[in-house]
Design a protein around this ligand. Sequence first.
Ligand code: Q46
Ligand code: ZN
Length: 307
Amino acid sequence: MKCRICGRKAAVNMRQHKLALCRDDFLEWVPQQVERFIQKYKMFTREERVLVAVSGGKDSLGLWDILIRLGYRADGVYIGLGIDEGIAYSGKSQELCEKFSSNHGLTLHVVDIRKEYGHPVPVMSELSRRGKGKPCAVCGLVKRHVMNRAAREMGYDVLVTGHNLDDEAAVLFANTLHWEGEYLLRQGPLLPGREGLVRKVKPLCRIYEKEMAAYTLLRDIDYIYEECPFAAGSTTTYYKELLNKLENDHPGSKMTFYVKFLKSRQSGLFVEKEKIQQSLHPCPNCGQLTSTDDLCSFCRMIDKISQ
Ligand code: Q46
Ligand code: ZN
C-alpha cells in the first residue's frame, strides 16, 4: 500500500478515512486534523493560555505534543489520584508526565489529592460510600472539580482534555441507550465557560483512538500502557468493544455516529418541543406538518413514484 501524498510505502492505513499515509505524512496529517477541529468548533486561539489535563496516557500526552507543535501556549496539569493498587498506577503515570514535560521544556503543574484533601481517591470513595465498590464516581467528581479549580486559580482561559472519538462515541452510545436528554444536550467538543466554570474543550473528539496510538508510537512518546486498575469490566469498556465490532465490519461508523449526532443537534433534534413545533408548517399538498418549506417528504416520495 502506498502513501496517498508522496507515493512512498504507507505506514498507516486508515480504512475509516479510505486513506493510507507514510510515517512523515501521517505525523503531519494528525496535527492538521486537530487544528481543523480547534477552528471548526472555535475552541481557543493562539493568544489564549491553554491548560492540558494529562494522565500519562497516549491521548493526553499525544495531544500536548500536537498543541505545542501547532504553536499553542499549552501547559499541563497532572492530578495525583493516589491509585496505587497492583501496578502503582498513579506513581508511574506521574513520572511519565514529568519526563515528557522536562524533555520538551514545558510547564507541568501537579496536584496531589492526598496532600491537598487528606486522602487518596479510593479512600475518599470508601469514606463517602458513593459508587458500588468502585471509586470511579468519586474520582470523576474530584477530577472535574480539581481541573476546573486549577485552571481558574492559575488564570488559564481554557481547559483541554484528551478524550478521543472512541471515548466520545462510547459516552454517546450510553446516553442514547438510556435517552439521557440532559447529557445529550451538553455532550460535545466545547462546553462554554460561565461564572465559576472555565471553558472545556476536546480537540481529539474526532480522532480515532488507534490514530492516537499510532501517533504516539511514531513520535516516540513514552506513555503508560496499563489502564487504571478500576477501569476493567466497566460498562464504557464494554460499549467500546461493541462499537469496535461495528467499526470493524463497517469502517467509519463510529465517526458517522458521533458527527451526525452533533449535526442533528445543531439542526434542532434536541430543542424543546415548542421550538420544534414553531418551525414546522403544513405541507401545501396534504396539510401534515413538515420542516421543509415545500412538500412534506411523504408527498415528495409520492410525487417521485408517480412520475
Ligand atoms: S474514573 Fe475510575 Fe478512571 Fe478514576 S478510578 Fe480509574 S477508572 S481513573 S477514567
Ligand atoms: Zn405532504
